[in-house]
Design a protein around this ligand. Structure first.
Ligand code: FAD
Length: 515
């Protein structure tokens, strides 16, 4: 990571300015600093502790069309300078971290959208921001059905590059299920234009999820849906995650496709309750009195309480186990009214047959109203001197519960941990762990952070999980990627050699060596 390559000379910037124009190329300190990190929490720890950005681009560019993207690639190739495609910088795995002096290529100016309602598809520029695209579609009576929690601060290109998942993936699929074709540019300026999956069977999926190491996406052709006629929520309380997981498994096995599936473990259910979700009369949460320190920490994440709590992970995790709680499952159904009514009834009968207590529509409706809020409450934790991060893994049904328990057991010694299960399939589902810690036992925050990640990923892999479901690999999990996909790595390396002959596309990410 600390390899130094010569800082490119001024002729690079001159060539970029000549091609793109003065205002689309910047070497200002402000821009360089702004583009020197994404939302990787370790980068935030560096920033909070005043550590100067050692990994930073040398120049930031904003090409405005396909030809300008090609020009940037050709110039980068000529100068042998790395190029990092940049969407909106909401990635949480250091996917855009410049490991060497690089060109940061922000694609936000490629933001044109056009709808073809006859074929229910939209052409969206890679730089189009998520909510802008969804608003545009809603005005025409359509929806993409892609609702990542970062919808306000992530781009179409970033979604494709990371294989993003939205909160309604159960019904609409992940982004890779929505992509019909795309336009992309390789590092020698060649254009890959696949309008339709039928035109090039299998090839679309080959490049989706490449995290900018093979090409820069400039445009996507995506499937859209009519806005749903009806949207129904219901929720159930289960004794433990196993019963809730079995309900989800049976729901998917029965061929039902809930738009929303969210099973919270005991602690995540308590936290959800502290945000007002799940106070139904059948819920055990109703009468729970939290011990003093938790009562303060959970609802408001009061800063002092947060640090006090997070600095004592073992004690606090033990205390949590004593709290009476159940695991809340929120299910959503949407589409044509007759279908969603029927789907809701079938799901309710599966849940009730497994002992699920019906909590009514309120928890789901409340969640829906505030569905993007929780993700933006984390900065207080960082300001208190602690960190919070999330790890999203996935496993087949026969391993999901083991993965959950193993990761929890491993991490409970050093961090405060909770989880929910929010993307399900016929054959398995994902687990979204949230963990948080403050410096303890003489270790610095960064040391505690690194150790927590290593512990969590080791435990997840040992128990049979894949190391990422939708956040991608980036730089942060790159070393683990090599371990996980030994065979796949051969194919990926071959593609890299072919499509990026000079090795300048986002080096050091997605398990690729940085040399
Ligand atoms: C609060 C919060 C909530 C989140 N919730 C979700 C969620 O619900 N679901 C989810 O999937 N993710 C979520 N994320 C993670 C993140 O938003 C996604 O990974 C998103 O897809 C990144 O998009 P971006 O445009 O910000 O990409 P960036 O962060 O700019 O880039 C991410 C990676 O993609 C590459 N890249 C970007 N654009 C292109 C392009 N045009 N061509 C080629 N490569 C490109 C970059 O080089 C980098 O490797 C969340 C993040 C935050 C901070």
């Amino acid at each position: 990571m600390d390899r130094t390559i010569p800082v490119p000379d001024k002729s690079l910037v001159t060539a970029l300015r000549r091609s793109l124009g003065q205002h689309q190329v910047s070497v200002s300190d402000t821009d360089i600093t702004a583009y020197s990190r994404d939302l990787w929490p370790r980068g935030m720890i560096w920033a909070m502790h005043g550590r100067p950005a050692v990994h930073k681009p040398v120049v930031v560019v904003w090409p405005k069309d396909l030809e300008q993207v090609r020009a940037v690639m050709k110039i980068a190739s000529r100068h042998s300078v790395p190029v990092i495609p940049y969407g909106a910088g909401s990635g949480v795995c250091a996917g855009t971290l410049a490991l060497a002096p690089s060109i940061m290529m922000d694609l936000k100016k490629l933001d044109k959208v056009s709808l073809d309602k006859d074929s229910w598809t939209v052409h969206a520029g890679a730089g189009c921001m998520g909510q802008v695209l969804e608003d545009f579609l809603n005005q025409a009576g359509c929806t993409l059905g892609h609702f990542p929690s970062s919808i306000y601060c992530s781009s179409v290109g970033g979604w494709l590059a990371t294989r993003s998942a939205g909160q309604m993936s159960g019904k609409y699929g992940k982004i890779e299920d929505m992509v019909l074709g795309f336009e992309a540019v390789t590092s020698d300026g060649e254009v890959i234009d696949i309008r339709d999956e039928q035109e090039a069977p299998g090839l679309v999926q080959l490049l989706i999820g490449n995290e900018g190491i093979l090409c820069a996406f400039t445009k996507a052709r995506l499937r859209v849906h009519p806005l749903p006629e009806s949207r129904i929520f219901q929720a159930f309380g289960f004794d433990g995650i196993e019963a809730g997981l079995e309900a989800i498994r049976l729901i998917y096995r029965a061929g039902l496709r809930p738009s929303v599936t969210r099973l919270y473990d005991e602690l995540d259910s308590l936290v959800a309750r502290s945000y007002g979700i799940g106070r139904g009369k059948e819920s055990r949460f109703r009468d729970v009195k939290l011990p003093g320190v938790l009562a303060r920490a959970l609802p408001d994440l009061s800063m002092k309480a947060v640090k006090a709590v997070l600095g004592r992970p073992v004690v606090i995790n033990k205390a949590i186990r004593l709290l009476p709680s159940d695991c809340m499952l929120i299910l959503g159904s949407e589409g044509a009214k007759a279908c969603s009514d029927e789907e809701s009834r079938s799901m309710a009968s599966i849940c009730e047959s497994l002992g699920g207590r019906n909590l009514g529509p309120e928890p789901g409706e409340h969640w829906f109203k505030h569905r993007y809020s929780v993700s933006y409450k984390q900065s207080k934790v960082f300001r208190s001197g602690a960190f919070v991060d999330t790890m999203e893994v996935a496993a087949p049904w026969n391993k999901v519960a083991d993965v959950y328990h193993e990761v929890k057991k491993a991490l409970e010694q050093s961090a405060f941990i909770m989880a929910h299960f929010s993307h399900a399939y016929m054959d398995g589902c994902s687990i979204y762990f949230t963990f948080s810690a403050a410096p303890w036992g003489g270790a610095t925050l960064e040391e505690v952070y690194k150790q927590a990640w290593r512990t969590a990923l080791d435990a997840a892999s040992r128990a049979g999980a894949t190391i990422s479901h939708h956040h991608g690999i980036g730089y942060s999990k790159s070393a683990f990627m090599k371990e996980e996909v030994k065979g796949g790595q051969v194919l990926l390396s071959a593609l890299k050699r072919e499509l990026d002959k000079r090795g300048i596309m986002n080096p050091g990410k997605l398990g690729m060596d940085f040399d």
